[in-house]
Design a protein around this ligand. Structure first.
Ligand code: MG
Length: 375
């Protein structure tokens, strides 16, 4: 596999390594080991019961954070192979990118951020790094998963200057205006491609958007016409699927070709050249990017804003703030390892432990905990 890597891909020999030294794996590469550690993590297993857009028990067919992460990984790996990037690293970052998400999707994250306002806030992307760096407790020699620098760099998509200063090595690029390696850039874009497309499917199924509305989006309309022309009798469900799969194909092909052009223009000779380039190289063409962004805005308006108005969202917000209030006023309501960690800390530190505990919950566990505390 490694012999096929481009010079600008992440190479183990040029890696900034792990925080704690470990013997090299016998039968796997270092980034394969990272991917395997992520798959075996507790946070990864919980993604199956966490909301993407729709609350987990609203229907069995909607995406969860787990199936979303698998779709991100699929898209990103396809591009990684086409560009001779490091596929195992790309997969590791893709599978880990949402590990820090709270229960109940956007509503849960926004509420927890509000609860943490006086204590540094809550940000799911930063939390994903915290999960792999500190919160997983599976190894005798260290806290967290002790992942390679490039994996951690890819997981941290964005970061405030204040947080960057506290993060040390992995935060430096936000202070120095540098980029992540190509695999990190790729996982980030694959995330956007995945949700833009699967949210059409989920939103249509939920009855929140119609084919007529979607046809105002050029990315959709171009494929709609081609599919309609070739299959005039196709029923709507299959029509939607056929259009979505062609949309993914269009955007992914554009991403590969445009990135290839960027790489030929910049000619990076190493991952460090990529980091110092001053501009991202894994990008769509301007035209497709504009169409993609328009679709994203459309979905934001019709799905996510609509979701804000649902009664479910209000319930979920109340649940998260009730849980936060209950655990901060009595830390012993949390399991022993959280309670004893919190007992050693000041008010801000205790709040952070409570946020860690709540963020780790699945949708249904949060509901059950809320019922338990109310009883
Ligand atoms: Mg995501």
């Amino acid at each position: 596999m490694c012999s096929d890597l481009a010079i600008y891909a992440a190479q183990e020999s040029q890696s900034r390594g792990r925080r704690y030294d470990e013997p090299a794996p016998a039968y796997r590469g270092e980034y394969q080991r990272d991917r395997d550690r992520i798959i075996h993590s507790t946070a990864f297993r919980r993604l199956v019961y966490k909301t993407q857009v729709f609350v987990n028990h609203e229907g069995d067919l909607y995406r969860t954070r787990l199936t979303h992460s698998l779709e991100v990984s699929q898209i990103a790996r396809t591009v990684a192979v086409a560009l001779h990037l490091n596929e195992a690293l790309t997969e590791a970052i893709s599978l880990a990118h949402d590990l820090g998400h709270t229960p109940f999707g956007h509503a849960g994250q926004d509420t927890l951020n509000e609860c943490m306002r006086d204590f540094g806030g809550f940000e799911h992307n930063l939390q994903s790094l915290r999960v792999v760096d500190q919160l997983e407790t599976k190894y005798a020699d260290f806290a967290g998963l002790n992942l390679m620098f490039e994996t951690r760099e890819g997981i941290l998509k964005h970061c405030s200057k204040r947080n960057a200063r506290e993060l040390g090595d992995v935060g430096e690029r936000f202070l120095n205006r540098e980029q992540a390696g190509l695999e990190g850039q790729l996982a980030n874009i694959a995330d956007a491609i995945a949700y833009n497309n699967h949210d059409i499917d989920d939103g249509y199924r939920a009855g929140l958007i119609t084919i007529e509305q979607l046809r105002e989006q050029r990315l959709f309309e171009d494929q709609y016409r081609k599919v309609r022309e070739r299959y005039p009798e196709l029923e709507d469900r299959r029509l939607i699927y056929e259009i979505i799969r062609r949309m993914i194909g269009t955007v992914v092909t554009d991403l590969i070709e445009n990135t290839r052009d960027n790489l030929e223009r910049h000619k990076p000779a190493s991952i460090d050249d990529v980091r110092k380039a001053g501009t991202a190289m894994v990008t769509m063409s301007d035209d497709i990017f504009a169409q993609h962004r328009s679709l994203k805005n459309f979905l934001h308006k019709h799905l996510y804003s609509h979701e804000q108005k649902l009664a479910m969202t209000k319930k979920v917000q109340a649940m998260v703030s009730d849980l936060f209030a209950a655990f901060t006023s009595n830390i012993d309501l949390m399991p022993a390892q959280f309670a004893s960690a919190a007992a050693r800390l000041d008010e801000a530190g205790r709040a952070r432990i409570v946020a860690d505990y709540i963020a780790g919950m699945t949708d249904r566990f949060a509901i059950a905990e809320h019922e338990r505390l109310e009883a």
